[in-house]
Design a protein around this ligand. Structure first.
Ligand code: PGA
Length: 241
């Protein structure tokens, strides 16, 4: 793992935006894996601003988001699809047909997970997967457990994760869906390159475990140690080692 340290969140976001846009210029049909949450907000702000006035051609870029809440239609304001539309997709020249997303409202969730895996494979796999990390070490909705799923699956959310998402649901963690659809560990580890971003002191312990600890399903991010091309971008607070 390569560790890139930044003074603060805005320096980190600016550096990652530069990297992503460079990749799009070099490879216009880049396949991007994208996260939601608080941490990537600065990245999406930078990408929006620097893509203004069609300065960056997103028309051939394809994206796959990590996860989506189960039981929410994509138009629901708390859905991750709504987050992505508001933070990025509505502001860049991406072709809606090139946006890959899990349908949280699918009647047959198992079939939906299979469809998603097939769509990623048909796109030729993910070139660059960007990840956040939960304070409990989760990536996507792969929560700490005695065993982890390899492929896209229906995941039960930890209370801690529901609490971390409560602000999208009127501040009430009980209103956060109990389940989500999420890429699995193999889906993530199959990406050619992975960049994980972490900011704030509440992530420091998980980051330390991910980088320095044993590989364990109790800290799903630690599995990234087996991947040959992972960069961990941290601000000062998230790097206490
Ligand atoms: P956050 O979430 O960016 O809102 O902290 C990260 C995650 O849970 O993966």
């Amino acid at each position: 793992m390569t560790i890139d340290r930044f003074d603060d969140e805005s320096a980190l976001s600016a550096a990652l935006a530069t990297y992503v846009l460079e990749q799009i210029v070099v490879r216009p049909s880049l396949v991007l894996g994208l996260p939601t949450g608080r941490t990537p907000l600065g990245l999406y702000r930078e990408l929006r601003e620097r893509s203004r006035g069609d300065r960056i051609d997103w028309s051939r870029v394809r994206t796959f988001n990590l996860d989506e809440f189960a039981g929410l239609p994509s138009a629901h304001p708390a859905s991750y699809r709504a987050y992505m539309q508001a933070e990025l997709f509505d502001h860049v020249s991406i072709d809606p047909a090139n946006i890959g997303f899990l349908d949280g409202n699918a009647v047959d969730r198992t079939e939906e997970c299979r469809r998603y895996e097939d769509a990623i494979t048909a796109a030729g796999g993910i070139d660059l997967q960007i990840l956040g990390i939960g304070a409990n070490g989760h990536i996507g909705f792969n929560e700490p457990a005695s065993g982890l799923r390899a492929h896209t699956h229906v995941a039960e959310l930890e209370r801690e994760t529901r609490e971390a998402n409560a602000d999208r649901f009127g501040g009430q963690w009980r209103n956060v869906p109990e389940c989500a659809l999420s890429m699995g560990m193999a889906t993530i580890l199959n990406a050619t390159e992975i960049v994980l971003i972490a900011t704030g002191a509440e992530k420091a312990e998980a980051v330390r475990g991910m980088v320095e600890g044993l590989i364990t399903t109790r800290l799903p991010a630690s599995l990234l140690q087996v991947h040959p091309r992972v960069t961990v971008m941290v601000d000062r607070d998230a790097w206490s080692s």
